[in-house]
Structures are given as C-alpha cells and as structure tokens.
Ligand binder design. Structure first.
Ligand code: AMP
Ligand code: GLY
Length: 455
C-alpha cells in the first residue's frame, strides 16, 4: 500500500540557488497588506498560509465566506467585478492583491490592477489563456513538443460529427474550448455518446460560448497527478505533488465535481517521474509561454496523467487548484509573502523553497445533491468541537455566518484537512474530524487517499 510511503520531495534544480530571500531584510519592518480575491476553500487555505508569515500586515478577502471572515476582513465585491475590486484595493491601500480564481484572471484583473499601479499575484490575461482556451493550450503543446493526448480542434459541428463517425477506438474525450465550471469535459464511451456530447456543446450550447470551439482527444489511462508550480516566467519551482478525487462517489463513481478531496504527496509521483516532468513538461511550458510573448507569472497548475507512455498533460490551470491548495500550502515552510514578492519581481531563482515532510489529506463535506442542485442555508453543527482533533483544521468552501451560526452556502461546504507523519495518519485524522461535523444532507467520500484508480 503506497499510502504509508514516506513523503518524497524533489526540488527543481533551477530554483535551488543559494542566495537568501530577497526583501526579507529590507522589508522586515514593513508589513505587507494583502487583499485575496475569491471565496472558497482554496482562498481560505491561501489566507491561512499568508497568516503564517511574520511579514503579513492586514489581510482582506472579497467576497470571502462565513469561515474566511474569522481569518480576514471580508468585503461583498464579486470575484469577477474588476472595477469594484480595483476600487476596493485602492481604498484599502493594500500592498498586493492575490487573484486566486480562474474567471477574474481570464478577464484580465491582474492587468487592470497593474494599470492602476497595484501589485498583483497571478498571470495577466495573455498568460491566463493557458487555462481559458483548451484550443490554445493544445496548440501550444503540439508546437513545443510537450506530451499530451492526440487531438483535433473543431469550430464546425458537421466536421466534428464526421470525425466522430470515422473514429475507431472508444472511449473518446470531448472538451469545450472555454471555461465551463469544471464540467466541460465529457468522456464518451460510445459513438452515440460522443455525438451527443458534440451536439450538446455546439448545437444546444450547454456551455454557452465556451462550447463554440471543441477539442476531441484521445482517451488516456493512468494515475492522475496534480502539480502546482510557482513561476516568475523564467524559473519554475514545482510544489509538492497532490492527487484530486474528482468523482462525487466512492470508488470514483458518479459525475465529476470540482474535487471531493485531495492528498499530498501523490504516491505515484516518484522522484524519477518528477525529474522527467521537469525536463519534458514544466520547463518547456514556461519557455513556450515566454516564446509566445505570454510569460506566465503566478501559480501554474499541471494536471498530469502518468500513462504507460510517460507523463502527459491533461490540462493546465492558470491558478492554484481547489482542493489541491488545501493539502499543498500547509506543507509550505518558506515564507509565502517572500515567494509572492519574488514572483512579481522576477526573482524566484533567488529563493530556495522548503517543504514539510508531513503528509496532508483533505476530505470535502458537500451539500446533498451536489454536483447537481442542492439546498443552501442549512445549519452546520460541530465546528467548535472539531478543534479537539489534533492535527486537523477546517477550510470553509461554501458557508455563511448568520447570528453566530455557520450555514451551508454552496455545493462544496467544508474541506476538513489534517496533517500527519504519513498519509495514512493524515487521512485517519481528517476522517476523525469529519465525524464531529454534521449538517442535513451532508455527503462526503469515505475513500479519499484510498481509491487509486478510476474504473
Ligand atoms: P479536466 O477538466 O480537463 O481536468 O478533465 C476532467 C477529468 O477528465 C480529468 O481529471 C480526467 O480524469 C478526465 N480526462 C480529461 N482528459 C482526459 C483524457 N484525454 N483521457 C482520459 N481522461 C481524461
Ligand atoms: N481540483 C481541480 C481544479 O482546481 O481545477
């Protein structure tokens, strides 16, 4: 059972330079005030990681959520409201805005903030396209020889249907080009399912404009690995690996969700594979983006599949993953604000990142019905008692605070997370903490970290 394997770490040689952290000496007396954009479990984990930095001054979040409001002052500005967010950042006179979700990045929030002279963490619009257009990312990989599934791009439905009619080996994967709340990927088991997927995207427009262009690609097999990487456009520093559990039910059954739980490290991601990914995927991607005049600064998420032919890119995300962040950032030992500054200033190569050897597991507690329709406003019990489980902590994903009570306010409600010396220990502790929290209709997977394969 690989779960008890000791945490292995691998540091990119390009970020393993010797100099001390920039800015620490200079800025020791100057605290950094930060506004975090977003309002889910990922943002809560980011805020908790920022709060470990002695350099942090004031911490704000917009829009935030019930649980986040205990850690940061929240403001009711929507995550995609670029004008509103820029105004808020000016009013608060923050030193930096951390743009966490994909939508505002794709809309150019970082560009807008920079245009007002405000420092911001995250890629600009030109670089965020690596997530917001699958056509772009697939063509980038083809052009620069980065391993990925073979594919064809279509803007014409009849052509796509003709391609499916002639396709020989099913399943096949049909993907909407644009952002689709994580639902734009259909794994079609048969020709009929593939035709239906094409029609739903290009005729019925179930994903709106995101489905006007589609990618049809080869179905790959193998364990999936999420690797988040810090990059300033030149240097890339992969973080410790993680594994998401996308299907809603145990045994990887049921529809895909935003993610029902995560573990870090990923037991399949050996040092050898990490080395191979660095050479064949991570550095080539950073170089490719630079060569395309779209240097990527921020956190680049590599969704990988370890196929029998080697690691291949399933998807890029232009941001921290959710719920990967919840198990990766608790393991970060280097000052997070030093890293943010180094990325914004193009000096990541001067930092040497340190990670804890502890493993981490996150179990998502979701509303009944998720990822379909679900009720909101249900009282959550047991959050206070949870503090009694040593090594566990709760990130709020979809909650609101009303009259001193936490109520459900989203599909994914809580990310109950724990650290431990081994993965088994972290997983056990997380489930121990889950037992103490209840709300009507609550659902969670009981096999996080223990269901290795899709079927
Ligand atoms: P994505 O939204 O691109 O992360 O895709 C969602 C999930 O669909 C991935 O985590 C994989 O499990 C699966 N998937 C996407 N592309 C492929 C592929 N080419 N072959 C097999 N599974 C895939
Ligand atoms: N957990 C997958 C994602 O953040 O897209």
């Amino acid at each position: 059972m690989p779960a008890t394997r000791q945490v292995s770490q691998w540091y990119s040689p390009v970020c393993a330079t010797s100099s001390t952290k920039r800015g620490v000496d200079v800025q020791m007396s100057n605290k950094t005030d930060i506004l975090v954009v977003g309002g889910g479990g990922r943002e809560h984990a980011i805020i908790r990681a920022l709060k470990r930095s002695p350099r942090l001054g004031k911490i704000y979040c917009a829009p935030g959520n019930g649980g986040i409001s205990a850690d940061a002052q929240c403001f009711p500005v929507g995550a995609t409201d670029i004008e509103g967010m820029t105004e808020l950042a000016k009013k608060l006179a923050v030193d930096c805005v951390f743009v966490a979700p994909d939508d505002p990045l794709a809309l150019g929030m970082v560009d807008a903030l920079n245009a007002c002279g405000i420092r911001a963490f995250g890629p600009n619009k030109d670089a965020a396209i690596i997530e917001s257009s699958k056509a772009f990312s697939k063509d980038l990989m083809k052009k620069y020889g980065i391993p990925t599934a073979a594919y064809e791009l279509f803007t014409d439905m009849q052509e796509a249907l003709r391609y499916i009619a002639a396709y020989e080996k099913f399943p096949v994967v049909v993907k909407a080009d644009g952002l689709a709340l994580g639902k734009g990927v259909i794994i079609a088991q048969t020709r009929e399912e593939a035709e239906e997927a094409v029609r739903s995207m290009m005729e019925d427009h179930v994903f709106g404009k995101s489905g006007e262009r589609i990618v049809i690609e080869q179905f790959l097999t193998g364990p999936e690995v999420s690797v988040l990487a810090f990059t300033d456009g030149e240097t890339v520093c992969p973080m410790v690996s993680s594994m998401d559990h996308k299907a809603v039910y145990d045994g990887n059954k049921g529809p895909n969700t935003g993610g029902m739980g995560t573990i870090s490290p990923n037991p399949f991601y050996t040092d050898e594979i990490a080395q191979q990914c660095m050479e064949e995927i991570f550095l080539p991607t950073i170089k490719a983006m630079k060569a395309e005049n779209r240097p990527f600064k921020g956190c680049l998420y590599f969704g990988l599949m370890l196929t029998p032919d080697g690691p291949k890119v399933i998807e890029y995300n232009c941001r921290f993953g959710d719920p990967e962040t919840q198990v990766v950032l608790p393991r970060l030992k280097t000052d997070f604000i030093d890293i943010i500054d180094a990325i914004i200033d193009g000096k990541l190569g001067e930092l040497e990142l340190q990670w804890s050897d502890d493993a981490c597991a996150c179990v998502v507690m979701a509303s009944g019905g998720y990822p379909g329709s679900y009720c909101k406003g249900i009282e959550i019990n047991g959050l206070d008692e949870n503090g009694q489980v040593e090594g566990a902590y709760v990130f709020h994903a979809g909650t609101r605070l009303e009259d001193g009570k936490y109520l459900t306010n989203g599909g994914r409600v809580l990310g109950v997370t724990a650290s431990g010396a081994t993965l088994d220990e972290a997983i056990d502790t997380a489930y121990e903490a889950v037992k103490r929290i209840t709300f009507n209709g609550e659902q969670h997977r009981s096999d996080i970290g223990r269901a290795w394969k899709r079927d």
